[in-house]
Design a protein around this ligand. Structure first.
Ligand code: GLN
Length: 483
């Protein structure tokens, strides 16, 4: 038995764990214990986890070990220690979405993604911190704690899935799940230096995930390598009778085994609208290096235009709050939420929602209620839907010329804790490059720029609907250039 594992969990990937468990280098139990030991030391300074689920994890690890001893093998994700964003339900565990209103809520059932990961043998280490109900870009909107960026503890990890990104970046989990409504997987992945994938809308079931804006939300993985992201997507995706928006699409063999000859044939577009004033100079320079790396792989790039990009942020901040105001109406102190003492029903709603929601949630509920109210609906909501159609059409047109689009993920690297928390508009701008993707429903991945000193930077690859194989394929060969 190789006891080294206690010393070194760095550099482990899903693929490596599968190999090691199969070869009996260590047991799933030993590996899981090693992770909890590491978390107990490391998380005191990072604050990535809201809750740890040690008992559940040890039981799961024992099951994996039993399967291995019985000769059944570990399973595709067997023994892989994972962290789960706290808006995804795991039966029996607390699920708060980092909101005071759900501080005592225990999940009554598993999200479909959780069932799928369980079947594949994954281990759940715990639930991660986030911006309340996934609204934010820094994880500072959590009602419970601040999460620190592992690369610089004075800086934010990004958000809203900041806990998941920080957990993977500080080796406290091999992979994590997040949700992405306007960038909440890709932006924290970029700021923490991990891979973060937002799948095509409908590729992964949303059943059992607390809804923020249902027409934009998707669940996806944080991983250390692009290859691991592809492995997880394969397991997570598929049609689910419990989610009518989930698609029956099945990914092909090229998702896991991309072929360099096919990858060379892909044409990559670079949209001029993403290289504008406000983009950090170092990020702009790094994007040029990425283009050169693509050329080394034999991939051709081309300048393109996505002319309606400038409307994306305003369009998102109408459609998203409208859906938020509807989705968050269930937290009323009766169906869900804490129950304060009150004299009558209206009072009960008011008291619970007043004390249960944080400032950002309230801001968006009010904004959403306003844009949906009679007299304003056409001026705001209906108009935003038209703008959304134009943004989607931009992508359709661009994808007639190119197969993949390359952009920065964020305008700046990780900012300081507190720097933007009093300025919602400055915070909203952090997602300017990720939001159009959700409006169009296409897949996109954030990949850490290699050969980079200082704070992590990511580049974004956007693909055609259900062509995750293209963006992950390029990503896998890009990573190999540096291995
Ligand atoms: N940061 C964006 C927002 O605040 C995106 C959130 C998300 O993707 N969940 O809305």
């Amino acid at each position: 038995m190789n006891r080294e594992i206690y010393m070194n969990i760095k550099g482990l990937t899903i693929k490596k764990i599968h190999h090691d468990l199969t070869k009996k280098e260590y047991s799933s139990r030993e590996l899981t214990e090693a992770f909890f030991n590491h978390i107990k030391k490391e998380d005191a300074k990072i604050g990535a986890f809201l809750d740890l689920s040690e008992n559940m994890a040890m039981r799961q690890a024992e099951e994996v070990d039993k399967n291995i001893s019985a000769g059944k093998g570990p399973g595709v994700l067997g023994g892989v220690p994972m962290a789960i964003k706290d808006n995804i339900l795991i039966e029996g565990l607390r699920c708060t979405a980092a909101s005071k209103i759900l501080k005592d809520y225990k999940a009554a059932y598993n999200a479909t993604v959780i069932n799928k990961l369980r079947l594949a043998g994954a281990i759940f280490l715990g639930k991660t911190n986030m911006d309340e109900f996934a609204m934010g870009s820094s994880t500072e909107n959590s009602a419970f704690q601040v999460t620190h960026n592992p690369h610089d503890l004075e800086r934010v990890p990004g958000g809203s899935s900041g806990g998941s990104a920080a957990a993977v970046a500080s080796e406290m989990a091999i992979a994590a799940l997040g949700s992405d409504t306007g960038g909440s997987i890709r932006q924290p992945a970029a700021l923490c230096g991990t891979v973060g994938l937002k799948p095509t809308y409908g590729a992964v079931s949303r059943y059992g995930v607390m809804a923020m804006a249902s027409s934009l939300d998707q669940i996806g993985p944080f991983t250390k390598t692009v290859e691991d992201a592809a492995l997880l997507l394969k397991e997570l995706s598929g049609q689910d009778p419990m989610d009518s928006t989930s698609a029956s699409f099945k990914f092909g063999a090229d998702l896991l085994s991309p072929n360099i000859e096919d990858i060379k044939k892909l044409k990559v577009g670079i949209p001029e609208e993403y290289f504008v004033e406000g983009l950090d100079k170092n990020i702009a320079a790094k994007m040029n290096e990425v283009v050169k790396d693509f050329e080394k792989l034999g991939i051709k790039t081309k300048k393109i235009s996505l002319p309606h990009t400038k409307y994306a942020l305003s369009c998102y901040y109408i459609i998203m709050p409208a859906e938020v105001s509807a989705n968050l109406s269930r937290f009323d102190g009766i169906r869900y939420g804490t129950r304060e003492k009150a004299d009558n029903l209206i009072d009960l709603y008011k008291k619970n929602r007043e004390s249960g929601f944080g400032a950002e949630s309230k801001r968006r509920i009010l904004l959403g209620t306003f844009v949906l109210s009679s007299g304003y609906y056409d001026a705001y909501y209906a108009k935003a839907q038209k703008a959304r159609a134009l943004i989607r059409k931009d992508f359709d047109e661009a994808f007639k010329e190119v197969d993949v689009i390359l952009t920065p993920v964020t305008p700046t690297p990780a900012f300081k804790i507190g720097e933007k928390s009093d300025d919602p508009l400055a915070m909203y701008l952090s997602d300017i490059f990720t939001i159009p993707v959700n409006l169009a429903g296409v897949p996109a991945v954030s990949i850490p720029v290699k050969n980079n000193s200082g704070l992590p930077i990511g580049f974004q690859l956007i693909g055609k609907h259900f062509r995750e194989a293209d963006i992950l394929g390029i990503g896998q060969f890009y990573e190999k250039l540096y291995n």
